[in-house]
Design a protein around this ligand. Sequence first.
Ligand SMILES: [Zn+2]
Length: 464
Amino acid sequence: MIVVPLGVASATPTALRHLPAVALWREGSVFLFDCGENAQMRMLQAGIKRSKIECIFISHFDVDHYSGLIGLLSTLQLQRRDKAIRLVGPKGLQEYVEWNLNFSSIEIGFEIIFIEVEDTIDDAVVIDEEDYFVVARALKHRRFCLGYRFQEKDKPGKVNSDLAKEMGVTDDAHFKALKAGEDITLEDGTLIKCNDIVGHPRPGDSFAYVTDTEYCPNAVKLALNTNILYHEATFSNTLSDKATETGHSSAKDAARVATEAQTKLLVIGHFSARYTNAHLLLNEAREDFYPTWLANELRPIFTDPSHERGIITPKVELKDLTKQTTGSYGGRSSDNRRSGGKNFRPRRNDSDRGGRGGYRSGGDSDRGGRGGYRSNDSDRGRDSYRSRGDSDRDSRGGYRSGGSDQGGRSSYRSDDRNPNRGKVINVKVNRDNQYNRRDDSNKSNEPDNRSGSSRPSYDEFNRF
Ligand SMILES: [Zn+2]
């Protein structure tokens, strides 16, 4: 199985992080966990075919987790898909999808099979196929939210073909029967016992997707002995109160689930936009659970690297994308890009460094994650890469604050201060009071509305 994070942001996307979505590739089929805005584009960029999607699992109805769904379904229709697709999620998914398709007059030419989970359900098998199944469990969030576990069924043991031939087995049908666990009788009457020829069944691989939740026992159950656990780590440990208040996990919570579940690999994602350097979260998680990586957008994570490497390779034209990114943040200096290129050029054969590096850092640039990934990978660039990673923390921080966050921050503010904003909303949406108040308060020097929130301002997080 190959896990490809497509979006590792939490509710607020940044210039470099997209809304939540994770693709799971298995035997040529694709399973999508959450479908944030841009998920379909990220699939394209990741080199994952949208036509191969078998099922889409939606965790819950916070908009960042399903805002890409209708667009993706529309694309599948435009691609003339004819194979059925299964959409799994909390009750209400069908109503939402059908209403939207009707509203936009999109006639879907393929079957959509809805599998909805009532909010009274604690756990359910939502998919059960010949060689895999998927379990959903209720998590602990502000609204009903499901975590998922994708589990391959046990694989048959390996046939010792040399021994089989020695014992006189030559017929393909006999091999097949042995593999299926049956004893066979040869033409000369010899009984061949399956247990003598075939090894023990091999446990199937497993993947758990646990996001938007506080620590809860169901998270541990989903993750029990998984090969890969994708767990949210929205906040740093120092904001654990905030995590509880908003129904999220800290890095420590994620590590706790991983420890109790004895997962092989914890991948953390769903980072709050305040953390321009997610290494803070990685370090915290690793204090309690060392085999932790940062989810890195578009970078595949393998359960069997020796066989799976190369199956999925990002297809983005990185140079062009970088131009785009740079364009939208025109203020960013070429120095930043250059340092990005230097810091984040991870791949061999890479001739377009400046741009690519900059872009890649957007892919989230987590050293540790990548380091870990590479270590699994015995990549030649590993050492130099790592040392670069270690020594470049500061410059990376500089890049990030100069790039994504400031960009995001300034647009956030300018939007907030836009004098027309209140007026537009006044006319079109009946939420004028709230916005007027904000306007008035500015004039009368009363504290800004936002100061009522317990959320610290972005500036306070500069130190990260
Ligand atoms: Zn979320």
